[in-house]
Design a protein around this ligand. Structure first.
Ligand code: ZN
Length: 402
């Protein structure tokens, strides 16, 4: 054990002076006392506060060399202001009294939590994983900028199921920047209304288009909150709907098939939905065999690629003509799920073709889905929705150094 003045710059707290430092190979204890020249001013009125009592408190700090546990022992001075009749406690700057930690340690934990699950933090620092999560949340809520609702032109609305308990979340993104604007749990209608309630009339009138899936609940909320904005059903959701129709065809073909072909059809489910660039060569070979064996699936599959062409059009009129062609092809297959799907497209023609004018792409939504999956996997799910929202906003803010 020894006291060393050379460590002073590491433990300089304005208004406090080092009393002593005790070092062992794995623990460091730094005791600091209040400097009498440093006045206790009332945080409410600025007057000098009369001292009531002093308490020795402990705060954890960053590790020092091999010393895993570093504790700052400091004097906290409680006082009473006779001017404005408020109690206040004077503590060293850079210490979070309630968290019993230096703020620099909390910032460090926040940084670690960006790259590792909170459960791993105890392997690096002498704190529990619950404490790591609590500190991470506290720092993020203090320093992450609030979502920007100004000059929103395009927004994307989606429903997402997360975690083992399949909580349903309504997510609102800025369609241009990908920024997450809103995250709410519960019924679609109320969750989306809560977002629009946060906007000023000017912010609402800035919104030109809203991209979403074909859910009636979202549509009615948008029509009411921003009646001037165009509703756009985007490619991402339509293709997902179409995949469901293909799956219905696959299932009915499976029922018709003999035993030998049944297991083969069953195993091909995901190959039918994969984009060609995501398929391994053997998966492509299997898929081709399936399509040769089964004419209905072959047609449904060909029509999937043909459907995607719709979003390549530049002029609404040509796109409209192409949509007519596609729905005719789908109806001509005689396959019930495809006929139903084609009728749905006829019905939603306006919202579908709105894409051509507003060019809402689902890229931001897909990127968001990847982000949220990564965060939830890292954290093994999130029970605290506010914390999840902060973690998602942090991911969207790569330049921000906390
Ligand atoms: Zn006062």
């Amino acid at each position: 054990m020894s006291s060393s003045p050379s460590l002073q710059p590491l433990y300089s707290f304005d208004g406090w002076v080092i009393k002593n430092i005790k070092l062992s190979s794995d623990v460091a204890v730094i005791k600091i006392r209040h400097d009498k020249r440093h006045l206790h001013q009332c945080p409410f009125c600025g007057q000098k506060v009369g001292e009531n009592r002093r308490l020795w408190q402990v705060a954890k700090d960053l590790p020092l060399g091999t010393a895993h546990l570093v504790e700052i022992i400091y004097e906290a001075i409680q006082g009473y202001c006779i001017n404005c009749k408020h109690y206040s406690t004077l503590i060293p700057p850079g210490i979070d009294h309630h968290s019993r930690s230096t703020t620099r340690l909390m910032h460090y934990v926040c940084r670690l939590c960006r790259f590792m699950p909170a459960d791993k933090v105890p392997e690096f620092l002498p704190i529990s994983s619950d404490t790591a999560r609590r500190w991470d949340k506290k720092i993020l809520s203090k320093y992450l900028p609030e979502p920007d609702f100004n000059n929103l032109r395009i927004i994307l609305v989606d429903e997402k199921s997360i975690g083992p308990h399949h909580h349903y979340l309504t997510v609102v993104l800025n369609g241009e920047t990908g920024e997450v604007l809103h995250l709410a749990e519960g019924k679609k209608k109320e969750s989306l209304e809560a977002f629009f309630n946060k906007l000023t009339p000017q912010q609402r009138s800035d919104i030109e288009a809203v991209g979403m899936d074909r859910s009636g609940a979202y549509k009615s909320v948008v029509t009411k909150a921003v009646p001037h904005a165009a509703i756009v059903y985007d490619k991402f959701h339509i293709v997902a709907n179409y995949n469901k129709a293909i799956d219905e065809v696959r299932r009915s073909e499976w029922h018709k098939a003999d035993e030998e072909h049944k297991s083969f059809i069953k195993g091909q489910r995901y190959n039918l939905f994969r984009n060609p660039e995501n398929r391994k060569p053997e998966q492509t070979a299997d898929l081709n065999t399936l399509l040769l064996l089964n004419e209905s699936l072959f047609k449904a599959y060909i029509l999937k690629d043909a459907l995607k062409v719709l979003w390549t059009y530049v002029y609404p009129k040509s796109a409209s003509k192409y949509l007519d062609k596609w729905t005719t092809w789908a109806k001509e297959t005689g396959l019930v799920p495809l006929i139903k799907f084609a009728k749905g497209l006829d019905r939603d023609r306006k919202e579908l073709l709105a894409f051509i004018r507003h060019r809402i792409t689902s890229a931001k939504l897909e990127a968001f889905n990847a982000t949220i999956a990564r965060i939830v996997r890292r954290a093994c799910g999130y029970r605290d929705l506010d914390y999840l929202f902060l973690k998602i906003r942090q991911e969207g803010n790569p330049v921000l150094q906390i």
